[in-house]
Design a protein around this ligand. Sequence first.
Ligand code: ZN
Length: 480
Amino acid sequence: MAPCRARALLAYQLPLLRAAALKKGSRGQWAAKSFAHSARLASGRRQSVGGFTVNQDRLMNDLHRTCKWGTGKRWGSLDTETGMSRLSLSDSDKKARDWFVETTMALGCSVTIDEMGNVFAIRPGRNVGPPTCVGSHLDTQPSGGRYDGILGVLAGVEMLRILNERDARTHFPVGVVNWTNEEGARFPISMVSSGVWAGEVPVETAHGLREVRGGTVTMRSELERIGYLGSVPASHTSMPMAAHFELHIEQGPILENHKQKIGIVTGVQAYRWYTVQLTGRDAHTGTTPFDARADAMLAACRMIACSHDLAAKHSALASTGILTLTPGSVNTIPGQVKFSLDIRATSDATLETLEAELKAEFSRLASKDVTKGLDVSVTWQTDTISPAVDFHPSCIETVRASALSVTGDTSLFREMVSGAGHDSVYTSRHCPTSMIFVPCRNGVSHNPEEFAKAEDCATGADVLMQSVLRFDHLRSEEEV
Ligand SMILES: [Zn+2]
């Protein structure tokens, strides 16, 4: 699909919704507000909007059919029992994108591609205005699964199919968004394109991101190569949304352990990514005694172990996923080591403290007092700061009411905080947002064996569709 086939951006001229006028608090989050409809939504009355339910078989067929682009490691004997390796802006990602554009256009949507390759498929409503959107991502980890991100987009497509079949006309437009490079696996800023949309990542920074592991291509060159460098600015002002709902697998074990079907996601924990660079001195392994070494690798090992211990002390998490060293020779002590560090906690304050302690400890571990040889120098580069997020109370209530109407049983759902970052983090800065989780087997994700039952995917898709329809209805009553 070439960008020229996308229709021009709709110009939303109507007055901004009241939701857009909600005040933001000091953390940049939407302030809590008492909503007249909240009590009604939470009252426990079983009702679905329009009695619509998704077609489970079609949803799963679509999902597995599109997973032929970028199929990864096999773990079972069935055709569908493979992982995924669909890196952002790769040839396989282009094919999945082309399918998404062609399918949604055939369903009557206008499609807009912005300068980050974010794809917005918008189905018109009775009134003009920003769309109520569902969104997620079609890219995967290099060794990822079939559900992370993909389920959220495909559930949106199934919603469009149901609305068309039922000849439903929503009050306002509804849309489905595919966000580019959510994973940050190929171009090393996660959620980078929703970040540009939110005005939090400069487009030049995003376009200039180089492929990890020494690649030479950039996001911009790959967007251009696969025909997804749109001309519309990636911006919440060019492409406003009335709300953003995201269906996602939990990627953790809580729902499964509690035999529950739906997680009502109230927010996202904070995380920060760093690149830590150590400089020691290349030296001969046989002729250099320990007290004459500046062994960057040994220092890195101590730092990584230390990050684990300090994070545990604060009930936080710390992980290293990328490590490179040079020169990479059996009989040379490495003089240069670079590693990634990912730290996470439920509050920003905890991460502040952890970062400060890590910096102090790494300096100590690099000093000759600890190396018992020469000093190793340490530099930190902050790659991503993602503050803790509180989702919008109105969207959370909408999801709760939808979970109740779909499952009919309050014991089948729970409120949770997401441990992973998602595009909804950035959309929440500019429009009411919340997420819906469904269980995945053993809580495993970012792994080829990632698996969610078809019926759980369909339940999640039903809650997603009901949430969109409920929100659309509330908009018509000017309650959001
Ligand atoms: Zn995801």
